[in-house]
Design a protein around this ligand. Structure first.
Ligand SMILES: [Zn+2]
Length: 49
């Protein structure tokens, strides 16, 4: 049951998350770790180019 995954239970009671792409401009992707259940953003958005 306990796996070495994101510790997101501090933010919401769920324990499953995915990386949501919120923006993609000129090859730069802005992503945010989002709870699959309640859609809450669990971390500040990150931009990768
Ligand atoms: Zn949640």
């Amino acid at each position: 049951m306990t796996m070495n995954t994101y510790s997101i239970t501090e933010v919401c009671p769920h324990d499953i998350a995915y990386i949501k792409v919120i923006d993609a401009v000129c090859g730069c992707e802005t992503t945010v770790l989002t709870c699959t259940e309640c859609k809450k953003e669990l971390e500040p958005p990150k931009t990768e180019c």
